[in-house]
Design a protein around this ligand. Structure first.
Ligand code: NAP
Length: 259
């Protein structure tokens, strides 16, 4: 299926690895020119070079911390006018309720709530003027089924979900869609980090922690960045213009609810 976005320009944040990279590759596969971002310049440049040579699209790479105002300004300046925005950043660390103080919440809100809001606010006027835009936020299954050790993530991402629910409807008449993609367990570095913490806390091996986590997924495996990226590309496509303010879960059936 031709997704109808060839020649569009997309900013994909936090995209040198993992789910952001999956989204970038899927968009590049549709002929979308990219602005990529991550903090580490080396892996960012490697990803950018690989996407350029594989898909033949233009790729601008901006090494910056997207959770800072300076990082956002640098990325937005390099991006110029964009048709597609994929917001993403690293997730907050796991812990216990008694660990989390004000500074921890502020850091989580900066990364997973205020950064996407700032990027959405900066991108919307141009998209509205041009009468077309697609915004996808990478959030988490935690907004549907909060994960106890990820209280910082649960809290920040719930806030973003509420924000998107309202704003997506305010701009829906202008040809701009805003939706959230909710990853369940996907096989990325983030999962390896969580397995390490889990293994330490439970006194088991990392492999046992990984296997135990995998058994919670009815599909019997973790998701891949490619699958995640394909869903993102569809949400960013010309075909998905009637999808507004939705929260789309990709979790291999792990969430047990009917809706
Ligand atoms: P990942 O494999 O660890 O990749 C994270 C990517 O984001 C890397 O490219 C990293 O590069 C970049 N990044 C991290 N912090 C950044 C920052 N402050 N500024 C710019 N770039 C940054 O993580 P992932 O699994 O793709 O997860 C992406 C998001 O989905 C996270 O928020 C995570 O919590 C959430 N999530 C993931 C899963 C899962 O199963 N994987 C499930 C639920 C939610 P640098 O380190 O070089 O900056």
């Amino acid at each position: 299926m031709d997704l109808g976005i060839q020649g569009r320009r997309a900013l994909v944040c936090a995209s040198s690895k993992g789910l952001g990279k999956g989204c970038a590759e899927a968009l590049a596969g549709e002929g979308v020119d990219l602005i990529l971002n991550a903090r580490g310049a080396e892996s960012l440049e490697a990803t950018a070079a690989n996407i350029r040579s594989t898909y033949g699209v233009s790729v601008v790479a901006v090494a910056a911390d997207i959770t800072t105002e300076a990082g956002q300004a640098a990325v937005l300046e390099a991006a110029g006018g964009i048709d597609i925005l994929v917001t993403n950043a690293g997730g907050p660390p796991p812990g216990m309720w008694s660990d989390w103080g004000r500074d921890d919440f502020i850091a989580a809100f900066d990364a997973n709530l205020l950064t996407p809001i700032a990027l959405i606010k900066a991108s919307l006027p141009g998209m509205i003027d041009r009468g077309w835009g697609r915004i996808v936020n990478i959030t988490s299954v935690a907004v549907k089924a909060p994960i106890p050790v990820l209280g910082l993530s649960n809290t920040a991402r719930s806030g973003l979900t509420g924000y998107v629910a309202g704003v997506s409807r305010q701009v829906a008449g202008s040809g701009v869609t805003i939706n959230n993609l909710l990853p369940g367990l996907h096989d990325t570095d983030r999962l390896v980090t969580l397995d390490k913490v889990d293994a330490g806390a439970r006194g088991i091996s990392e492999d046992d922690a990984r296997q135990a986590r995998m058994q919670t997924v009815p599909a019997g495996r973790f998701g891949t960045s490619e699958e995640f990226g394909a869903a993102c590309a569809w949400l960013c496509s010309a075909k998905a213009g009637f999808v507004i303010g939705q929260n789309i879960l990709l979790d291999g059936g792990a969430f047990p609810g009917a809706l």
